[in-house]
Write a protein that binds this ligand. Structure first.
Ligand SMILES: Cc1cc2nc3c(=O)[nH]c(=O)nc-3n(C[C@H](O)[C@H](O)[C@H](O)COP(=O)(O)OP(=O)(O)OC[C@H]3O[C@@H](n4cnc5c(N)ncnc54)[C@H](O)[C@@H]3O)c2cc1C
Length: 386
């Protein structure tokens, strides 16, 4: 079968404008897009993989394209835009089955009607797809709900040998967080909740880093603390909170000063707004690193010395330093992170940008999986592994 026999005219494009648009994602990288297709069914995805094998073509999988590390940048590939596979298939008592192009906020709007919700809500939830979230194994804003991997019950995936696999959580792990290099996820069964964890919030302000870190140490020993969200002075100022450092502490008991649900929700909205303001101020190069708590003060001092705006999820040790688009500082920061025995990956993907920093043992595991699921190297060429 040829490509135009698999897809009708309105769901396949060789148009130069489409090829230009799909040559990029939210990162600074640009690749070569050969064509764009918009599958609507798992069967079309299956035929597409068969086609790619026969024609020796490459496929780059795309959800909403918010990957800021180059995960959706094609390498002379056909871009597979999953956004039209966006239906809810079934809602059960404590699960939902969705197509992988479903946008997470749309899913939650539908689940709200039956008094349920899916708790992994990343910053870009208005557009992020379940497939992209699964492939990057992302966290949500409410980090204490864990990662995507904790909520997956089953997936349907087409691998690079054109096998359609229905996988339970353990075998599905090969496709979770591996950034689309093993196969195209078509359908996902997710756990859902009826009630959110009830929480209260307290906000603290600090003028010195030392005093702020003393408070963090104290909070870390409090078993009621769900998350400790840090804003440096720069980010606090952007949010019009004043010029001090802030800790926004989420607690699972009644001890937080803010108890009103709407007020608590507005804090989440504020976190979403922050990164858009940072992008507008040209601090668009957001990194995410994981720093051991004992090295946190050294790392935060380095960021402040170099005037790098940052915010962090301190309970997890994940820091998001935000660089100017034209800055050379990120490379210097990578060295600092290594010296402090931190990790260059907090919770965002490695994509193209950070793949050289993947530890050797992980690279070897990925190579084994790639040989098993995609020996012809069809998917996401250049992403994660070479
Ligand atoms: C401003 C900004 C903020 C962000 N905030 C966060 C955050 O808070 N937490 C976080 O973890 N990440 C964050 N990210 C990174 C990224 O947006 C998320 O990981 C998101 O989950 C990706 O969803 P998406 O639909 O845009 O996926 P895409 O960007 O389209 O794809 C991401 C990766 O998944 C693969 N993929 C997509 N769909 C499928 C599928 N159906 N089958 C197989 N592979 C697939 C793609 O090939 C790509 O490698 C952020 C990015 C930006 C630009």
């Amino acid at each position: 079968m040829k490509l135009d026999e698999i897809f009708p005219k309105n769901r396949m494009s060789l148009n130069e404008i489409d090829k230009t648009v799909y040559a990029r994602d939210a990162s600074e990288y640009e690749g070569l897009c050969k064509a764009v297709v918009w599958p609507k069914t798992a069967e079309e995805v299956h035929q597409l993989v068969h086609y790619a094998r026969r024609a020796n073509d490459r496929l780059t999988i795309r959800g909403a394209g918010t990957s800021s590390f180059g995960g959706c940048v094609p390498a002379d590939s056909i871009v597979v835009d999953m956004s039209k596979m966006n239906k809810i298939i079934e809602v059960g008592k404590d699960y939902v089955i969705v197509e992988s192009g479903m946008v997470v906020d749309d899913l939650n709007k539908e689940l709200k009607k039956v008094k349920k919700f899916f708790p992994i809500v990343p910053l870009e939830s208005e557009v992020c797809t379940i497939g992209g979230m699964l492939a990057t194994n992302c966290l949500g804003l409410e980090t204490y709900y864990g990662k995507m991997q904790d909520w997956i019950l089953e997936i349907k995936v087409v691998d690079g040998t054109a096998k359609v696999l229905d996988l339970s959580p353990v075998p599905a792990r090969s496709f979770i967080g591996t950034e689309g290099v093993m196969g195209i996820v078509c359908r996902v069964k997710l756990k859902v909740l009826a009630k959110p964890i009830m929480k209260t919030v307290s906000i603290f302000k600090f003028n010195t880093l030392r005093v702020m870190l003393e408070k963090v140490n104290e909070l870390e020993n409090d078993e009621n603390v769900l998350e400790i969200y840090y804003l440096d002075e720069f980010c606090s100022n952007l949010l019009e909170l004043g010029g001090e450092m802030h800790l926004i502490v989420e607690l699972k008991d009644e001890s937080g000063l803010i108890k009103n649900k709407d007020e608590i929700n507005s804090l989440n909205e504020m976190k979403k707004t922050l990164q858009h303001i940072l992008i507008n101020k040209r601090y668009g190069q957001k990194e995410d690193v994981k720093i051991p708590m004992e090295a946190m003060s050294k790392f935060l001092f380095w960021l402040r010395k170099n005037n790098v705006p940052s915010f962090a999820y301190l309970k997890l040790g994940i820091v998001h330093p935000c660089f100017r688009d034209y800055s050379n500082l990120p490379k210097e920061m990578y060295q600092i992170v290594k010296r402090l025995e931190g990790e260059l990956k907090g919770d965002y993907p490695m994509g193209i940008k950070r793949k050289e920093f993947i530890p050797k043992n992980v690279q070897e595991q990925l190579a084994v999986l790639k040989n098993q699921f995609d020996p012809a190297r069809i998917f996401n060429r250049g992403v994660l592994i070479d």
